[in-house]
Design a binder for this molecule. Sequence first.
Ligand SMILES: Nc1ncnc2c1ncn2[C@@H]1O[C@H](COP(=O)(O)OP(=O)(O)OP(=O)(O)O)[C@@H](O)[C@H]1O
Ligand SMILES: [Mg+2]
Length: 470
Amino acid sequence: MEDGKILVVEDQDAMRESLVIAFKDEGYQVEGVASGEEAIQRLNSNNVYDLVVTDLKMKKVDGLEVLKAVKNANSSTEVVLITAYGTISTAVQAIRDGAYDYVTKPFRHQEILKAAKKAIEKKMLKDRVRYLEGEIRDKYKFEGIVGNSNAMLEVLKITSHVCRTESTVLVTGESGTGKELIARAVHYNSPRKDGPFVVINCGALPENLQESELFGHVKGAFTGAIRDKMGLFQQAQKGTILLDEIGETLPSTQVKLLRFLQDGEIRPVGGNKSIFVDTRIIAATNENLEKAVESGKFRKDLFYRINVIRIHIPPLRERREDIPLLVEYFLEKILEKFKKGKRVFSEEAMYAFMNYDWPGNIRELQNMIERAVALSKSEIINVDELPFPVPVEEFAALSRNPLDDERKKSFIVTTLAEQEKNAIIEALNKYGGNQTKVSQVLGISTTTLWRKIKKYRIKSQHEISDNVDN
Ligand SMILES: Nc1ncnc2c1ncn2[C@@H]1O[C@H](COP(=O)(O)OP(=O)(O)OP(=O)(O)O)[C@@H](O)[C@H]1O
Ligand SMILES: [Mg+2]
């Protein structure tokens, strides 16, 4: 299964659909659009793609303009063009303008799949090194959010875009993946940061109080309403309200939310006047809202209003590369809190952390480290001191994806420097030791590359070419 998100831009329906299916079959996340205009719209609305595959010749906005939009967005997204015979010279020009590759019609699916795979590999490698270089890490840094997997990097990228907008945001992910943490980051890095951040778990509100808690009520609205009460939307005035477990809202509440999203007004229960409130909604859920819409539990029109920008946080088991960093982060924090002496996890303990499936995600990891540290008596914490719910030996057997070589490799906890070194070696080998090419691919200067090669004493399999040809 391949990893990555692709946008296919092609005005011929049959062609576009067959490409979308071909990419989907490989495991990619794919979206298809029928025009250059639509493509540019998606690119501008905070959609993050690894690759854009676009037809060159289209009415109005053509492939070259799509390419330009991608490059202007200053993203690392790669572009592969589809050209017809006779437009090859334009395609060559496009490569000069930054496209990764082109395929000529008619082509076999195999051909475009290969080009796409290579383009995405390049994009991810580039992101990785830029991240390690600190450029992306600093650009998308949020206090207290740890993670350097590609998946987390995408999450942080969208998050930082979202901070600059006023859009409604939907944060999805399993329990304990960090939805609230991300929502907080959005609020505290937005122009609303000096306003209140109000969190409400819609699933925890008694049904009969849901509307009055959110929108307030007037005196006498129901038995027990002895005075006017301000709702949470008003309390979040000039700030942000996080509606957690949004899927648990009642139909009547959903109508009110929709009205608010349409014209910014709410009406307290029992009141006859609408009140304008300036509050930004961030919604979160760990259930599948699309399914809730299908089954009629959640209003479709409200779903569309909420799902303007989606931040999906993948479960921890799908981004195991983040585990060592998280372990280190939590260990340090907990040692400080408990005022304990130095503690480290044994190699077997790390191995277990990397292999366990973490159904409770980061919260579970955090709790486990806290308990292990609290109970530990000596400096090295062994695997048998970790309160796993199943014996460690059973992980592999229980796991849906038994250990493969890739995962075994990732058990070796590498430092950032080692990761950087490996990325450089990988690129050098791939491009036959050509430093100019490698520095371009990695998005660093040839001098920086040269410095790093010396620093890490890298000797590539290929002789590193010293004649830098720029
Ligand atoms: N990337 C991360 N880096 C550091 N800490 C994290 C990260 N993600 C989550 N956490 C921590 O894990 C815990 C759970 O996160 P959070 O409450 O945001 O999850 P959630 O998705 O809202 O969970 P639930 O669905 O159960 O409400 C928190 O203590 C949070 O600070
Ligand atoms: Mg939460």
